[in-house]
Design a protein. Structure first.
Length: 235
């Protein structure tokens, strides 16, 4: 599978068509805004962001990329949706955040700049591509030896289907309907195996939990739904 082929055109269109609402903290992407501090908090358990060159793979409209930049990282966000890249660029200009963006695939960037980044992030993206293993391998290539790679995705368990799709998309309307396909969810063991095959060793993993009573997210031990993991490339 070539880098160009590792994409679902309907996924690019789906998220690109909602680009103008990406930064509406009360809109369809409120969940991404709500969990972003948790993602950054988890990342900071393992690395210091200040002065580090980081690439955010599948950056969408730049929510995580901007967060990394706010903490001092030299952050580059990459995505294959031109609409999302445009929105991310515009928001960075409006806020004065020094984040950079490029429309390019992870595989192509890995060919051009192997080992060029101190760390790599890839959040809520693996479950939206035909070949997640190709993305994982590209991330391993992009990071320097000794650098960290952070992934977050959804666990392929019935509990995740019930809560991340039925509840979140159809009942609570926390996410746009059709955001996720249960068959593309990835078990932690599958992610770890794919990462290990390309020289990434698991350092830690936590779940992102939601409390429907106070409507707050938190990091916890339950990885049955959404989880985030830290991997290190061998030195």
């Amino acid at each position: 599978m070539t880098a160009k082929e590792n994409v679902y055109p309907h996924e690019i269109h789906k998220f690109g068509s909602m680009a103008e609402r990406w930064w509406d903290t009360k809109g369809e992407f409120k969940t991404l805004h709500d969990i972003n501090p948790l993602r950054i908090s988890f990342i900071q358990r393992y690395i210091s962001l200040a002065g580090r060159r980081i690439v955010d793979v599948g950056c969408g409209g730049g929510i995580l990329t901007e967060g990394l930049a706010k903490h001092g990282a030299d952050a580059l966000g990459i995505d294959l949706s031109e609409d999302l890249i445009d929105v991310a660029d515009l928001h960075a200009l409006e806020t004065g955040i020094h984040a950079h963006y490029q429309k390019i695939s992870a595989e192509k960037l890995a060919e051009q700049q192997p080992g060029s980044f101190d760390h790599v992030t890839c959040m809520e993206m693996l479950e939206h591509v035909p070949d997640p293993g190709s993305i994982i391998a590209a991330c391993a290539t992009l990071v320097r030896p000794g650098g960290m790679v952070f992934f977050s995705t959804l666990n392929r368990k019935p509990k995740a289907y019930a809560l991340a799709i039925v509840a979140a998309e159809h009942i609570l309307r926390m996410l746009p309907r059709g955001t996720h396909d249960y068959h593309k969810f990835i078990k932690p063991s599958e992610l770890s195996q794919s990462a290990r095959a390309v020289g990434l060793e698991l350092q830690g993993m936590v779940g992102i939990e939601y409390n429907p009573f106070n409507k707050h997210f938190s990091l916890g031990k339950d990885i049955d739904i959404n989880y985030i993991a830290a991997f290190k490339r061998a030195e």
